[in-house]
Design a protein around this ligand. Structure first.
Ligand code: COA
Length: 161
């Protein structure tokens, strides 16, 4: 695949980001999970979120949005939210490009990257394991009663391969 370009998103990117995010998370709705926090986010909500988080967007060489991820750093811990890739572009390295760009953008003194993902899915868990994240805890009955598995990565420590 042609190289993916990841940049910090601007407000004009938000409609396309929301469109791809909706398509991406709909796969989980098909499994009966409540995915509304991802699939029904409004322009107003993402605009508000962008005042406290950095949003990164991945594009193809023609500029089409392929996916996005957001993060916020609090007291040295980087909280990652809503990583998503357009369904027809999964398994082409876009998710990896987003996570690598995120790790390049975090503050130098951040000691931990933390994220939680849906427990009952087949794709997210191998993805985060391949990205070097390790499972830390389960959050049962969390957002919209969904069970989450939380992962951590410690940029300043050596992680197992
Ligand atoms: C999870 C997600 C972001 C992965 O994005 P992606 O672009 O397909 O992932 P990549 O192609 O960059 O894959 C990176 C690594 O993860 C592995 N991987 C990705 N999806 C996988 C799957 N379904 N099963 C097994 N391994 C997988 C790849 O093999 C690759 O490892 P390798 O390079 O060593 O071979 C994507 O599937 C997605 O958008 N899912 C729906 C939204 C979602 O649930 N996001 C997570 C919410 S927190």
């Amino acid at each position: 695949m042609d190289p993916v370009r990841v940049t910090v998103a601007l407000p004009e990117d938000f409609p396309a980001i929301l469109d791809v995010q909706r398509q991406s998370f709909l796969v989980h709705a098909a499994r009966g999970l409540d995915t509304s926090i991802w699939t029904e986010e409004t322009l107003e909500e993402i605009t508000r979120d962008a005042t406290e988080k950095t949003i990164l967007v991945a594009r193809d060489p023609a500029g089409a949005v392929l996916g996005s991820v957001r993060f916020q750093t609090i007291e040295g811990v980087v909280f990652v939210r809503k990583v998503n890739v357009r369904p027809d572009m999964k398994r082409h390295g876009v998710g990896r490009a987003l996570m690598q760009a995120l790790e390049g953008h975090i503050p130098a003194d951040a000691h931990k990257i933390s994220l939680c993902t849906l427990l009952m899915t087949h794709e997210n868990i191998p993805f985060f394991l391949r990205m070097g994240y390790r499972p830390e805890t389960v959050l049962p009955d969390h957002y919209h009663h969904v069970d989450l598995l939380c992962f951590g990565k410690y940029p300043t420590r050596k992680n197992p391969a």
